[in-house]
Design a protein around this ligand. Structure first.
Ligand code: NAD
Length: 362
């Protein structure tokens, strides 16, 4: 029986890397029935939204999505389609592995991090008050009355919302992942020394959940210190669990540790549905040029295969990716010593090389 998967190519360079990824996934021998849905800027005029309801409905039916990046126009009043998708399907865990492979141009060896980012609340909950709005004025008055702080109305406010329920389920997710994948340690990251109530709550919940997992080590780090530690000795960390904003920033930092966004995969996972996508965005300046690296989305495909229980196919695709990276010949500009290296190949040639390599591994 083929797996039903909702396929969302996205926009910018999304369609090219999605096609390359679809080809390598099919070359594993696993069968898929793709339900193709468009989202992003290309459908905005037609549906007046970058995330049509049909996309969400399809994932409700297939349970699994594979998604290219979607552009979010800055400052035009659009909510991000990515944030909306995660919220509407309650994809509360954002899993972003960062692992070094031989051949990647990285300052580090032996990095093998799993970043677990809370995906639904914190400053990304979309609770914002615009400068000059009546709600903003009312909020400033309310804060003055209750908190004693006289704030200027010539300002804007975004709310950092952190709940016990969401903190508990993301920390539990991190520990369950650690246990299922034979990981030794979970590190919770926060700024509870300054944000005593919101980050303090996250830390307290993490400490409570840790008591339920005596087989896994637990520690916590303050986020600024954690940034320094990751840059100095990333090999000391294993599974790292964070609220939404810190998770977003530290996952890009971790991608930088292992050789860049071109190889950084991601998964958005909830209790019912899962959507797999690269960490990087739509890189619109390269759209249509057959230039960018499809490997981040292919590694996201590896995560999808594991989620589907197709462990052998996942290992084979990951092995082929590792071999092509190590050989360094059929790789895109970002994995070459210099970005203008004339021997860099295009997006589709990377897929050809990986398919050829998998053929020799059967
Ligand atoms: P970006 O990740 O698209 O690109 C930043 C730079 O990283 C690119 O200019 C390029 O040099 C490099 N890069 C990214 N992907 C690459 C790849 N596959 N191969 C080689 N090099 C690559 O980040 P941005 O420019 O900040 O964002 C562009 C748009 O994407 C924005 O609208 C943003 O909102 C959106 N975005 C979407 C998602 C998503 O869909 N999940 C994630 C992040 C950003």
């Amino acid at each position: 029986m083929p797996y039903d998967i909702t396929l969302i190519p996205g926009d910018g360079t999304g369609p090219e890397i999605t096609e390359a990824t679809r080809r390598v996934l099919e070359a594993t021998g696993v069968e898929f029935h793709w339900y193709l849905h468009q989202a992003g800027l290309s459908v905005l005029d037609q549906y007046q939204t970058v995330l049509p309801e049909a996309v969400i409905q399809s994932i409700r039916e297939t349970k699994v999505g594979l998604k290219g990046p979607i552009t979010t126009p800055v400052g035009k009043g659009f909510r991000s389609a990515n944030v909306a998708l995660r919220k509407s399907l309650d994809l509360y865990a954002n899993l972003r592995p960062a692992k070094t492979f031989a051949g990647l141009r990285s300052r580090y060896e032996h990095v093998d991090l799993i970043i677990v980012r809370e995906n639904t609340e914190d400053l990304y909950a979309g609770i914002e008050f615009q400068r000059g709005s009546p709600e903003m004025d009312e909020l400033v008055d309310f804060i003055g009355r209750t908190n004693g702080q006289k704030l200027s109305k010539d300002a804007a406010i975004s709310i950092k919302y952190i709940s016990v329920a969401a903190s508990r389920r993301i920390v539990k997710f991190a520990f369950d992942y650690a246990r299922a994948n034979h990981r030794r340690k979970v590190t919770a990251v926060h700024k509870a020394n300054i944000m005593k109530f919101s980050d303090g709550l996250f830390l307290h919940v993490a400490q409570e959940v840790a008591k339920e997992y005596s087989d896994i080590q637990f520690e916590d780090r303050i986020v600024d210190n954690m940034c320094m530690q990751l840059v100095q000795k990333p090999e000391q960390y294993d599974v790292v669990v964070l609220p939404n904003l810190y998770g977003d920033i530290l996952s890009d930092l971790s991608a930088g540790l292992i050789g860049g966004l071109g190889v950084a995969p991601g998964a958005n996972i909830g209790d019912k549905y899962a959507v797999f996508e690269p960490v990087h965005g739509s890189a619109p300046k390269y759209a249509g040029l057959n230039k960018v690296n499809p490997m981040a989305m292919m590694f996201s495909g590896v995560l999808m295969l594991r989620h589907l229980g197709e462990r052998e196919a996942a290992n084979r695709l990951e092995g082929a990716l590792a071999a092509v990276i190590a050989e360094g010949k059929y790789v895109t500009y970002d994995l070459k010593p210099r970005p203008d290296d004339p021997s860099a190949v295009g997006t589709s040639q990377v897929a050809d090389a990986i398919i050829a390599r998998m053929g020799t591994m059967k």
